[in-house]
Design a protein around this ligand. Structure first.
Ligand code: ZN
Length: 517
């Protein structure tokens, strides 16, 4: 991917070479400030004693402020201006660096520092209020916070006016190039396909999985998941696994990309699939061209494409039958008491059990997107002013009833369940999950078309061909290509629903003997 840098060749440097060097120096400092605050938040989520919380909050805030100040430094803007004047002389990588840094710079300078401070203070107050309101099932207590968040979200959007839709600036932050209209279109198509599928599955006898409700040794669970992650391609010389409440992946450098997971003693699925999900994110970050380290090019390209990698490894690969044909005997040996007498087929059905449920994070592959679409519709309604904050619980229940045929008995398992609206903006956070699901199947189909041996390799516990294809097409470029360019170049078409629907229909059609559609 990368060409040698202008400075390394020993030829006479062009005037822009010095500017590029200055720019990269500044960007590396911003990268390191951000990485240092990531180390602190990783520690906070894994090992920090509770007593460290107040000091840690200050320490993270100062590092983030310094990084933001450097990113919005007018001197940085002047370097970008000068490079743009001589853009014709730049190497492809430097031109990409200029484009991506310009995007980040323009986004950062449009938002006044005063707003950032105000919004951060509110987000942390709102998060604290939510931590009390959710267990107490007290939506009324959070209403004033959420109303203020809605105001702040609209104000945030206003910094990017004119826009096509008020949600557009938030969506563009996460998924560059994706419009509100595109999402509405694909969500309509997806809902149309999924709702009847969920109904048809609900009429079938549900897959028995009560036999899974037995204690599984924690260390053995963690070790099994990590061993598979490593075999998939997660490089443990440049990574590690720790326990946390909410699993995540974090990157401090290309040589240090960490994941966390959580363990439920009585449900082996939680730790295993959380580990593999985060390992998918981590393999993406580890696979970015090392030459981009320390610059804005050196990370995953968008939330949706990132999520496609966690979903590809977690769902498309690790919830597939060929995968378990290889790994199930090992798992049975490891947990002989619990699984020794359970046939592969029964296990495979249990890890792919479809059932309308109240909680998004526990949802299966088929119903998951319906949870996302509900949230997307509601946040767009709030932003457009069609839905009032006080009416959110009722709108939530109605949406759940319409799409999933069940409604939460209370707000704790309804509109209070996800942290997103209570600790950040309203808008822009949920669509990436479904984009990720759609793209996971599209990428996998393209990889398998290029290398038809991939499913057989997976059935042998081999992932090299798939991992290489992903590295060449998705991981390596980092942000040097735009998300839609990555999708189009690697799959031959823009984001499309067909491979995802074909994947769901085939897999769940077989599992639940659905009529072909
Ligand atoms: Zn994820």
């Amino acid at each position: 991917m990368s060409k040698p840098s202008d400075l390394a060749g020993g030829t006479k440097p062009r005037p822009s070479a010095a500017i590029i060097a200055d720019l990269k120096h500044r960007l590396a400092e911003i990268y390191d400030l951000n990485a240092a605050s990531s180390v602190l938040t990783w520690d906070e989520a894994t090992y920090m004693p509770a007593g460290g919380a107040a000091a840690r909050g200050r320490q993270v805030a100062i590092l983030r402020r310094l990084a933001h100040e450097r990113l919005t430094d007018p001197a940085l803007g002047r370097l970008l201006d000068r490079l743009e004047q001589s853009a014709g002389n730049l190497s492809a990588d430097d031109a990409n660096l200029l484009r991506v840094t310009r995007r980040d710079f323009e986004k950062a300078i449009r938002v006044p520092a005063e707003y950032v401070a105000r919004a951060n203070a509110h987000a942390s107050a709102s998060y604290n209020a939510w931590c009390r309101a959710r267990p107490a099932n007290d939506f009324a207590a959070i209403v004033p916070f959420l109303e203020k968040t809605l105001e702040l979200s609209r104000e945030y959007a206003s910094f990017f006016a004119p826009f096509d839709h008020i949600a557009a600036p938030m969506i563009d932050d996460a998924d560059e190039g994706v419009t509100t209209a595109t999402i509405r279109l694909i969500f309509t198509e997806l809902r149309h396909a999924l709702v009847p599928m969920v109904r048809a599955i609900s009429e079938q006898p549900s897959a028995a999985d009560a036999w899974l409700d037995r204690p599984f040794d924690e260390e053995a669970q963690l070790g099994f998941g990590l061993k598979i992650a490593a075999q998939m391609g997660y490089d443990l010389e440049r990574g590690r696994l720790d326990k946390t409440r909410h699993p995540f992946c974090t990157k401090f450098a290309s040589g240090d990309v960490r994941i966390t997971t959580r363990v439920r003693e009585n449900d082996i699925r939680d730790a295993l699939f959380s580990t593999l999900h985060e390992a998918g994110h981590a393999m993406y970050e580890q696979g970015v061209n090392a030459a981009y380290e320390g610059t804005p090019l050196g990370s995953g390209v968008s939330s949706g494409v990132h999520e496609s990698q966690s979903r590809l490894w977690e769902n498309v690969v690790a919830r597939s039958r060929p995968f378990w044909e290889h790994y199930y005997p090992t798992l049975q040996q490891l947990f002989a008491d619990q699984l020794g007498a359970v046939p592969l087929d029964m296990f495979y059905r249990a890890i792919n059990k479809v059932e309308p449920s109240l909680i998004r994070t526990d949802a299966d592959e088929v119903t998951y997107n319906l949870h996302i679409m509900l949230r997307f519709d509601l946040e767009v309604g709030l932003l457009e002013g069609r839905l009032r904050v006080v009416d959110l619980p009722e709108a939530w229940r109605a949406g759940m009833e319409a799409d999933l045929g069940i409604a939460p008995p209370d707000d704790r398992d309804g509109c209070l369940q996800d942290v997103h609206w209570y600790a950040g903006n309203i808008g822009g956070a949920f669509q990436s999950y479904t984009i990720g699901n759609i793209l996971s199947a599209q990428f996998f189909a393209a990889a398998t078309k290029a290398h038809p041996e991939i499913p057989t390799e997976i059935a042998n516990g081999q992932f090299g061909t798939l991992h290489s294809w992903l590295t060449d097409n998705l991981y390596g470029p980092g942000r040097a290509l735009k998300p839609d360019e990555i999708v189009a170049r690697s799959t031959g078409s823009p984001m499309t629903m067909a491979p995802y629907l074909a994947y769901l229909r085939k897999k769940y059609g077989e599992l639940y003997q659905l009529p072909a559609s």
